[in-house]
Design a binder for this molecule. Structure first.
Ligand code: C2E
Ligand code: CA
Ligand code: CA
Length: 720
């Protein structure tokens, strides 16, 4: 019996035997070790008077009793508090001691301390749940501290973050005073900065068993003097790459080292803190990516909008004016194209810096897109807004050193005033944008205040765009054809140029000079071009079938169509559908297409050329291409712009230029078509100087297809 008793006492488990009246008849030494109660304190009493007191899990004893009576055996895991108030997680197995023996009706309970594993589980579960519920980082960290302090009441816990520059930032320290936290905030980690700053600096835990004497605490002793803490143990929190991102510290009110339980808590805590801090950093990074422009670091459009909504509502409350400045760089595309994207990026970055410097504390800034920026100036009246805008223009014009060259940025600024020009950020942005466009079209590097007139024009334009879309969809555009004649025989047709016509239901004829640019900007031009192609081919086929000899139809092609990789194929397909040949069309392109280096454009031009299509260079002389360029491109025809033709009789320069164009074209075997010939004088001069083809009101206006037929009949021949 004695041997048996010794064996039971040596066990780490607590063993409790009770009689049928549930009074304790025996506890082993393990029970006292685990819960602190000497056997004398529990013997003869029920466990509900000691161990299972008010702090125990409600209903747990009833649960054990019912399970015991039905199954003869019960097993539970629960938290119990020992005599000193120390909580213990135990796994408890209870057997009826009469099981099978017909004995006393008592019970034997074996309790195993599972605190270490259990508290680990509980802490982890709570914190992970907090993360799933997206608790903010400080709340999560407070949860960790409180949970640790609940499990180990002798501990006061604190969690500090270490920022990228190596400064301490308190995250949670529910047991420290706000004054202490304030003082800790911004302390730089170092070799002698209390337990935490030093632990972060060393990347190693620091145990201070006596804060009163440890030299690490020299600078912080006074701060902690009134806390009663005597010992501190701080461990660095590290991210997955091993970088220190925080510290996790335990303060004790006695001079001591951490115990096993503490070490286990820290193991779990460090892991959870690292997870939570890294997660918060990732969320912050995502926020940064979502709301800030990566290149300049400025808020992006959506961020600017949401801050502006708040700013405007406070302007409204305070009854103050504001100004929205819309800033667009002039010729930014050219910088990118000629100096390269690195230079473009450097320029944007510099512009962002200079704009930011123009701001006052309440103002907002954002990068809306590419080379567009917006500033919202708060408490700023019109006069001040104009002054600030002018200062910005001056400031931007200071030279910027870009890779490879010095550059002077120019910009156009539009200004819309709050509240006169708009009370919502969207209206202000739209109106400032309109004013900016006005500035850009009138004079570059200038500023413009919004006016309601601009808004009317913009609305007008929007209406035109909507109607044009409609006209294209319902097929209410038409084509007119203008004769091109041989200068040696003005009644012989060289070809006709197809020109689009739009008869607007309310406004009447809208000139192509108005609706073609709208189609370009609205992204409708390619559709329009395909329609023109289809219509012109169908018409040419009809003429051919009727024996009307129209040698070629010239079609105006927009540069944008050449960005569609399938464009050359679309032209071929249309042609084939109408049983025509590449030689039946003359494709008019502008100099900008000729200079366009985009691979799609180059590929389309090469494909058209190899399939035998003839290209004509429209409006020659108005663009920037040089004559020396011409021989490198498969151009069959030059159309001398009407500006030259108009000036022929009055300007010697126009005459000299025309003569050289004619001779170069002649040597390159290109046909020259003079456009806009209106007078016999022009005709004679051109004919005398060897210009082979002419087009103009003198020979025929653009006209509907049936009038072309009449023109041919009147000319008394059927083409050449
Ligand atoms: P463009 O290609 O230079 O077309 C020639 C323009 O000069 C036409 O104006 C024509 O009516 C006009 N014109 C012809 N002879 C004379 C003349 O003796 N004197 C004067 N003062 N003008 C003359 P329109 O039809 O108003 O077209 C203007 C521009 O619109 C065209 O200039 C062309 O760039 C564009 N356009 C017209 N139709 C189309 C089209 O189907 N597609 C594309 N992409 N652009 C088109
Ligand atoms: Ca043309
Ligand atoms: Ca032209």
């Amino acid at each position: 019996m004695e041997a048996m008793r010794n064996a039971l006492d040596a066990s780490d488990n607590a063993i409790v035997m009770s009689d049928s009246d549930r009074r304790v008849v025996y506890v082993n030494a393990g029970f006292t070790r685990l819960f602190g109660y000497p056997s004398a304190d529990v013997l003869g009493k029920r466990l509900s008077e000691t161990l299972f007191d008010a702090r125990a899990e409600p209903g747990i004893l009833d649960h054990i009793r019912t399970t015991l009576s039905s199954e003869g055996k019960a097993r539970v895991e629960t938290l119990l508090y020992g005599q000193t108030g120390q909580p213990r997680w135990v796994s408890m197995v209870i057997n009826s001691s009469d099981a099978g023996a017909g004995g006393t009706g008592g019970t034997i309970a074996v309790l195993t301390d599972i605190t270490l594993t259990k508290m680990h589980e509980v802490l982890q579960k709570r914190v992970l749940e907090g993360m799933v519920n997206e608790l903010p980082l400080p709340d999560l960290m407070i949860l960790v501290c409180k949970e640790v302090e609940r499990i180990a009441p002798e501990v006061t816990a604190s969690i500090l973050a270490v920022d990228d520059s190596g400064y301490l930032r308190p995250l949670a320290a529910p047991g420290l005073t706000p004054e202490i936290c304030e003082k800790i905030n911004g302390v730089r980690i170092g070799p002698n900065t209390g337990s935490c700053g030093t632990a972060a600096y060393r990347g190693q835990p620091v145990v201070t068993t006596d804060m009163a004497t440890d030299p690490l605490w020299d600078d912080y002793r006074a701060l902690f003097a009134s806390t009663g803490f005597k010992a501190c143990w701080s461990s660095p929190i590290k991210d997955r790459r091993g970088k220190v991102i925080g510290t996790f510290a335990f303060y004790f009110r006695e001079n001591r080292e951490p115990g096993v339980l503490h070490r286990r808590l820290v193991d779990v805590g460090l892991h959870l803190c690292a997870l939570a801090i890294e997660r918060a950093a990732a969320a912050a990074r995502i926020h940064q990516l979502a709301f800030f422009d990566a290149l300049t670091g400025l808020p992006n459009r959506s961020m600017l909008r949401s801050s502006a909504v708040r700013a405007l509502s406070s302007l409204r409350q305070d009854n103050l004016p504001g100004a929205l400045l819309f800033i667009n760089l002039d010729r930014f595309k050219q910088v990118n194209e000629t100096l390269g994207h690195a230079a473009g990026d450097a320029l944007l970055w510099e512009v962002a810096t200079r704009l930011t410097q123009a701001l006052r504390a309440r103002d907002l800034i954002g990068r809306l897109s590419g080379d567009e920026f917006a500033l919202l100036l708060c408490d700023c009246a019109t006069g001040d807004a104009v002054q600030i805008a002018q200062r910005i223009l001056d400031d931007l014009a200071r030279p910027v050193l870009l890779p490879g060259q010095e550059y002077m940025a120019q910009a156009s600024v539009g200004i819309a005033m709050y509240p006169e020009d708009g009370t919502t950020i969207d209206n202000l942005l739209r109106h400032a944008d309109q004013a900016m466009n006005q500035a850009k079209s009138e004079q570059r590097h200038s500023l413009q205040l919004f006016s309601p007139e601009m808004n009317r024009r913009a609305q007008e334009r929007a209406r035109l765009e909507r109607d044009l879309r409609h006209a294209l969809a319902e097929g209410s555009l038409t084509l007119h054809y203008q004769p091109q004649v041989l200068s040696t025989s003005p009644r012989t047709l060289h070809g006709v140029e197809a020109l689009a016509r739009w008869n607007h239901p309310e406004r009447g004829a809208v000139p192509p000079g108005e609706f073609i640019p709208v189609a370009e900007e609205a992204g409708l031009i390619h559709e329009l071009t395909l329609w023109v192609l289809e219509e012109a081919c169908s018409q040419l086929n009809t003429w051919r079938a009727a024996g009307k000899n129209v040698p070629t139809v010239a079609i105006n092609l927009s540069g944008r169509s050449f960005h569609h990789p399938e464009f050359a194929q679309q032209i071929s397909d249309t042609l084939q559908r109408h049983h025509l040949h590449p030689g039946d069309l003359m494709l008019e392109i502008t100099e900008s297409v000729m200079m366009d280096a985009r691979p799609e454009t180059r590929a389309n031009i090469a494909a058209l050329h190899s399939r035998g299509f003839k290209l004509s260079l429209d409006d020659f002389g108005t663009g920037y291409s040089s004559l020396s360029y011409l021989h490198r491109l498969p151009i069959a025809e030059l159309k001398l712009d009407m500006a030259f033709v108009r000036d022929l009789t009055t300007s010697p320069t126009a005459r000299a230029l025309t003569v050289s164009v004619l001779s170069i074209a002649h040597s390159l075997e290109m046909v020259v078509v003079a456009e806009g010939v209106e007078t016999p004088g022009q005709q004679q001069w051109l004919q005398a100087h060897g210009c082979p083809v002419m087009q103009g009101y003198l020979f025929g206006r653009p006209m509907p297809a049936h009038e072309i037929e009449a023109w041919l009949d009147a000319a008394g021949h059927s083409g050449r």
